[in-house]
Design a binder for this molecule. Structure first.
Ligand SMILES: NC(=O)C1=CN([C@@H]2O[C@H](COP(=O)(O)OP(=O)(O)OC[C@H]3O[C@@H](n4cnc5c(N)ncnc54)[C@H](OP(=O)(O)O)[C@@H]3O)[C@@H](O)[C@H]2O)C=CC1
Ligand SMILES: O=C(CO)COP(=O)(O)O
Length: 335
């Protein structure tokens, strides 16, 4: 037993899965959700059939729509809801967060109205000091982890002790956390890889193959690195689990909502149709815009992200995406 009590806010696929990881690691875990049926399924049936069909959850997990009850005496407050809803959802809960609790963001987005990263939103909305906030990001497709397939992740916090505590709380025989103090880099990687996964999905939806995929992933990592370095991130983060690791998982797997949504666009669906068919939270749809705004604010070029925004939000036909990227002036490789 870790002896820690964790409150997980969000009963979707990643919140439920991470709650199971924490429980398997020996934490006492309660989830907060906004729907009675999902909470009942988790507490009584030890399942979340809507988000993780067929998965048996640890028997000790319990879920409730009563946030005050869930947050009572929590050492860790873990947030797993869509990024764009985070601030409005968390602010009313701030008074129930115990003093001294560590907040953990599992979210991979950037707030549209403010271009703030999720660790910043969580700290502000819950009133938690920034050195008590951690983020968890890596090649972590929820369904595979819910099946207890082995993977690793990065737990980042500006204070190494905070990262270590959270890493200790979620380490299991199938989930291996590495710590990092580069919160900016880890968080940007998690949000920006969704945009690259949309681009890869679009290409695959058009019937394009592995050369195209490898090109988009590799040049995608270059533009994420460029943005991160301009915002003060550490160069070592980008080839790591949160960077290249998550890009590979998300761009290659049909389990990724961003990848899937992109492939529906590539097959000719409108954005609205693709969102409806994909289901779940595809953060890159909205965060593509805020990431591009961040890039513009520091004078960084992100041609793939720009092209994705043009397709999703500005009416660029999917067939024009490749010619637009390949028609750019020739240059030397590298950053
Ligand atoms: N799924 C994955 O593999 C991974 C996801 N992530 C990240 O985790 C975050 C959460 O994603 P994920 O769990 O997959 O998403 P899901 O779509 O699976 O679940 C979303 C959850 O958030 C709740 N929710 C939706 N809108 C609101 C709102 N306005 N206010 C409060 N709660 C809301 C949903 O509740 P309801 O059921 O009532 O709609 C549901 O519990 C995202 O940032 C994602 O990028 C990170 C790593 C892996
Ligand atoms: O972040 C993820 C895997 O690491 C999940 O990706 P999607 O949000 O695209 O499903």
């Amino acid at each position: 037993m870790t002896g820690l009590r964790a409150a997980v806010l969000g009963t979707g696929s990643w919140g439920t899965t991470f709650a199971a990881v924490l429980a398997d690691a020996g934490c006492d875990v309660a989830l907060w959700g906004r729907r009675d049926d999902v909470c009942h399924d988790i507490t009584v049936e030890h399942r979340n059939e809507e988000y993780l069909p067929g998965i048996e959850l640890p028997a000790g997990l319990r879920a409730s729509t009563d946030a005050e009850e869930v947050l009572d005496a929590a050492d860790l407050v873990v947030v797993a809801i869509p990024s764009q809803s985070a601030r409005a959802t968390l602010e009313p809960l701030a008074d129930h967060v115990p003093a001294g609790a560590i907040a953990v963001s599992l979210m991979k987005g950037v707030e549209l109205t403010s271009d703030r990263r999720m660790s910043q939103v969580v700290a502000e909305a819950l009133g938690v000091a920034y050195d008590r906030v951690a983020v968890v990001s890596g090649p972590n497709l929820a369904r595979e982890i819910a099946e207890r397939q082995p993977t690793a992740t990065v737990v980042a916090a500006v204070e190494e002790g905070t990262a270590q505590l959270v890493a200790g709380a979620c380490a299991t025989g199938y989930f291996r956390p590495y710590t990092n103090t580069d919160v900016v880099g880890v968080e940007l990687c998690g949000a920006a890889k969704n945009v690259i996964a949309l681009a890869v999905g679009i290409a695959q939806g058009r019937g394009l193959g592995y050369n195209t995929m490898a090109t988009v992933i590799t040049r995608g990592l270059v533009e994420i690195t460029r943005l991160g370095l301009a915002l003060g991130a550490d160069a070592e983060t980008f080839p790591g689990l949160a960077g290249m690791g998550d890009l590979m998982a998300t761009c290659a797997s049909p389990l990724s909502r961003n990848h899937t949504l992109g492939s529906h666009l590539g097959q000719g669906l409108t954005l609205e149709q693709a969102i409806a068919v994909t289901g779940g939270t595809a953060e890159g749809v909205k965060s593509s815009r805020s990431i591009l705004e961040l890039a513009t604010s520091v004078g960084v070029e992100m041609p793939i992200a720009e092209a994705v925004v043009a397709v999703l939000h500005e009416g660029l036909p999917v067939d024009e995406l490749a010619p637009r990227l390949l028609g750019r002036p020739h240059r030397a490789e590298g950053l």
